[in-house]
Design a protein around this ligand. Structure first.
Ligand SMILES: [Zn+2]
Length: 467
């Protein structure tokens, strides 16, 4: 995902060991591992790398497996930023399902890592390498599972489409999902999409929950500017650009947007309450029912929960002045907002202007705002995920989450394709390495995720199937 998050502190119930059939057959494990290794070792860094070699390697594998040429698409906004799409045909009784993952990764430098980030390394029961979590594991598994369905002769009642796309990290200007929607919507049009953005949380070696992510916040960057005629610093006047800006930012630092819940976070906190034994249990329950006092206490426990309960805006960059001995002619700042899906751009901007309370501070949107609505909770999908989760990891609850960061799911949701982040990989919430050094995914979790996603997509594509 474009950015990540840290997570929750739960008092846990003791969970039994996982079921025995969580491992895919040996040949399918090997296939997924081979694809994973191959694409991790292709340098597809968002800024310096290219995704086209990933797309071409995947297309070659699919052709070798007998997928017909017309069902494979390789192309993108520019030659180095190709996407790859493959369609496995079903009976057409229902609209297709789209399986999305991104090919690009956050940059990684050899000198920052203890291992080469672009050498796929299995060590100490982990797979190491840039993209092992974000997002090449899911990409490899979508392809390996699609090949497995074909080998097994699966007859789905809908087309299964896999799209591995460019430029998720950073969002543009060659973002694959955005480009595909604008230029080849027919290739990826679907009733629903599965994506990154929801995963399993693990703490102290115990699985806490498996997440389904139907919504996410969106981002607005505001540029604040104060202009002034300046002058000699030996003769200061009260009307100073830096002081105007500092005053506005100080008022922002003391302001919080109202706390509230939406359909997803209400359900999230209600589910957390079920698995909470400590004093937070009441706060989760009452907070999910709209008590401001309870939400205030929950928000105070964790920046993550605070961010789930309100739109946030924070100063992230500052500049100003042109000489040590001159009164500043310009003072400027960036304020980065993470906005609840239901809050409008205009609402956020007018609220900020009211908080800054200074006509000399101009507030303008910097860059583009891309925003998608929340997807409906989809009880049938939640039930299916819960059933498979419980069969693989007995006792682990399935919970809906609103991501406080952003994924490419926003483009699909904005285009009317409900999108759900779900992976079935379990990650230690105190050791999340996405975008960081020595990124890794546990070997066991990779193969369990392969089984989970195999069963999930099969259940969503064939009537009366599943474990
Ligand atoms: Zn990602």
């Amino acid at each position: 995902m474009a950015e990540m998050r840290s997570l929750s502190l739960l008092v846990l119930l003791a969970l039994p060991c996982l079921a025995a059939d969580s491992m895919p057959p040996a040949a399918d494990r090997q296939l997924a591992r081979d694809i994973f290794k191959q694409i991790v070792e292709i340098k597809s860094g968002y800024t310096t790398g290219a995704t086209t070699p990933v797309a071409e390697a995947i297309a070659a594998r699919l052709k070798a497996e007998g997928f017909p040429d017309p069902d494979i698409f390789v192309g993108g906004a520019i030659p180095t930023k190709a996407n790859v799409i493959v369609r496995y045909h079903g009976t057409g009784a229902r609209k297709p399902i789209l399986l999305l993952a991104h090919e690009d990764v956050v940059e990684a430098r050899r000198e920052d890592w203890s291992l080469d980030p672009f050498t796929f390394t299995e060590q100490d029961r982990y797979f190491y390498g840039r993209g092992t979590m974000d997002d090449k594991a899911q990409a490899a598994i979508w392809i390996a599972n699609l090949i497995r369905y074909k080998r097994e002769g699966l007859r789905p009642d809908r087309d299964i489409i896999v799209a591995l796309t460019a430029d998720e990290e950073g969002g543009g200007p060659y973002n694959g999902v955005d480009w595909l929607l604008k230029n080849h919507r027919d290739l990826i049009d679907a009733e629903l999409a599965l994506n990154e953005g929801g995963f399993g949380e693990e703490l102290n070696g115990k699985r806490i929950d498996n997440q389904v992510q139907p919504s996410e916040k969106y981002m607005i960057n505001f540029r604040l500017e104060v202009h002034n005629k300046g002058g000699h610093s030996s003769m200061p006047v009260p009307d100073n650009a830096i002081y105007h800006l500092a005053g506005a930012l100080d008022r922002l630092s003391k302001f919080g947007f109202p706390l509230k819940t939406n359909e997803v976070t209400r359900e999230y906190f209600a589910r957390l309450a079920d698995f909470q034994a400590g004093p937070l249990k009441n706060d989760f329950t009452q907070g999910s029912q709209g008590s401001t006092e309870a939400m205030t206490r929950v928000a105070a426990v964790s920046p993550m929960w605070n961010s789930m309960l309100r739109t946030t805006c924070v100063a992230t960059q500052l500049e100003g002045g042109h000489a040590m001995n001159a009164l500043p002619q310009l003072a400027a700042a960036t304020v980065n907002c993470r906005v609840l899906p239901e809050d409008s751009v205009e609402h956020v901007q007018s609220t900020l202007e009211r908080v800054f309370d200074d006509k000399q501070v101009t507030v303008k949107i910097a860059g583009d705002v891309s925003r998608g609505p929340a997807s409906p909770l989809n009880p049938a999908l939640m039930k299916t995920v819960a059933r498979i989760t419980d069969s693989l990891w007995p006792g682990v609850p399935t919970v809906p989450v609103m991501l406080v960061a952003a994924t490419d799911g926003r483009f699909l949701r904005a285009a009317g394709i409900p999108t759900y982040g779900v992976q079935g990989f379990f990650i230690d919430i105190n050791d999340i390495r996405m975008h960081g050094r020595d990124e890794r995914l546990s070997v066991r979790s990779f193969y369990e995720g392969q089984t989970f996603l195999y069963e999930l997509v099969k259940s969503l594509s064939t009537p009366n199937s599943g474990p």
